[in-house]
Design a protein around this ligand. Structure first.
Ligand SMILES: Cc1cc2nc3c(=O)[nH]c(=O)nc-3n(C[C@H](O)[C@H](O)[C@H](O)COP(=O)(O)OP(=O)(O)OC[C@H]3O[C@@H](n4cnc5c(N)ncnc54)[C@H](O)[C@@H]3O)c2cc1C
Length: 371
């Protein structure tokens, strides 16, 4: 018997949606192009806030690689540090996380079909044969183009490598590097996995002839980054893509988009898992009410924007700000923020996912700069 919901894409978001649907008694099939769940996932990073993981209800314990206490931001000679008293985030193994999501979805009753890259015709047929079709097929979504959803124009091209035997000075702190000559419109980053294993990556805004590998090579030739890598040997490298804006429309007839396919990504950081999983839950709620009481599926659009729209918009503003002012403007902003004790305030009250929570915490809980 045909299942009720077809899901194109078995990344973390599509698999989480399948599980959420099962919990609500709705059957689904996930169609995934890759032969193995999590294949290629190592091209992305896995920095996820503890609070976000717990709120999202993701089963992550077996995927933890490292704990993170803070970040150091570099803009020219200016350095801005955030360091909490306890670990605020994890580095997770992205492939393992995807495998766990697949296991949980399958245990709940979802069907997962691997090695099935769907073309436009197949996707159209699935929309006809299922009550609902969901595109969870990533930033370059065939589902979105099949049904003429608006384009995502702003995106970042990334390039990442992992080094074994690196000279990791502080295994609990991420480095973020804003450098106009290398990481235009985004930033470079270093993520420690252990005392000797280090991820190094860059993102660069896609302006047509952008080449993220060339940016990466320039980034890793900088003195500061060479020092971080030390004598480390490259264990993997690869390019990928991050959407930096939400699609103007994500629901049409019986088709919904979720995760990167919808652009539900924090533009300031490039993180898409916490909000993507949250939006998958919203999609599952709306689909449940659509199937059981006839709710219009377009309710999904307003529902996810109500929950995440303000924070996504604030992330977009933040990204717009640091892209516009560049390295020197950001250096001045860091100097000013240090002067008003923002390092301490953000260390105490910052929330990696929700700028609204950070602002609320700072306004309500701190009574002055010397708290
Ligand atoms: C370099 C980099 C670093 C990142 N760092 C972080 C981070 O630290 N924290 C964070 O939260 N997020 C991070 N992200 C973003 C995060 O990776 C994405 O937001 C997340 O993977 C989105 O999940 P998804 O399931 O929507 O899409 P995807 O992970 O892209 O999965 C889509 C799936 O659909 C499949 N598919 C595509 N087309 C078809 C088709 N036609 N038929 C069948 N299957 C298809 C693909 O094979 C894929 O498995 C990073 C991304 C990059 C590139």
């Amino acid at each position: 018997m045909e299942r009720e919901v077809g899901i194109v894409g078995g990344g973390i978001i599509g698999l989480s949606l399948a599980r959420e649907l099962c919990k609500r008694g709705i059957s689904s099939t996930v169609y995934e192009a890759k032969r193995h769940v999590g294949e290629g996932a190592e091209r992305a990073s896995g920095i996820l806030s503890k609070a976000g993981l717990d709120r999202a209800g993701i089963d992550y314990e077996s995927s933890i690689v490292n704990e993170l206490y803070g970040a150091v931001f570099h803009a020219g000679n200016h350095v801005f540090r955030i360091r909490a008293r306890e670990a605020k985030a994890y580095v997770v193994d992205r492939a393992k996380l995807a495998e766990t999501c697949a296991k949980r979805a399958a245990e709940s009753g979802a069907e997962i079909r691997l090695g099935e890259r769907l073309g436009k015709e197949e996707i159209r047929r699935l929309a006809e044969s299922h009550k609902v079709l969901v595109g969870a097929d990533g930033a370059i979504s065939t589902t979105a183009s099949t049904f003429g959803f608006p384009h995502i124009r702003k995106r970042v091209l990334t390039y990442k490598a992992v080094y074994k035997g690196a000279a990791v000075e502080d295994r609990y702190t991420v480095g973020l590097y804003f450098d106009n000559s290398v990481t235009r419109g985004f930033f470079g980053w270093t993520v420690p996995y252990s005392e000797s294993l280090m991820e190094v990556a860059v993102g660069i805004e896609d302006k047509g002839k952008t080449n993220s590998k060339a940016s990466f090579d320039r980034f890793t030739s900088k003195e500061g980054i060479r020092r971080v890598i030390g004598g480390g040997k490259e264990a993997m490298r690869g390019a990928s893509l991050i959407p930096l804006e939400t699609r103007e429309k994500t629901a049409k007839d019986n088709v919904l988009l979720v995760g990167d396919a919808a652009g539900q990504v924090k533009a300031a950081t490039g993180g898409g898992i916490i909000f993507g999983v949250g939006c998958a839950k919203t999609a599952a709620d709306v689909i449940f009410r659509h199937i059981n009481s006839g709710l219009d599926l377009e309710a999904y659009e307003a529902a996810w924007r109500k929950r995440y729209g303000t924070d996504l918009a604030l992330h977009k503003m933040l990204h717009g700000y640091y892209s516009r002012v560049g390295q020197s403007g950001l250096g001045m902003a860091f100097a000013f923020m240090k002067a008003v004790n923002a390092e301490k305030l953000l260390s105490m009250y910052g929330d990696m996912d929700y700028p609204t929570v950070t602002l609320k915490n700072i306004l309500l809980r701190s009574s002055g700069p010397n708290d």
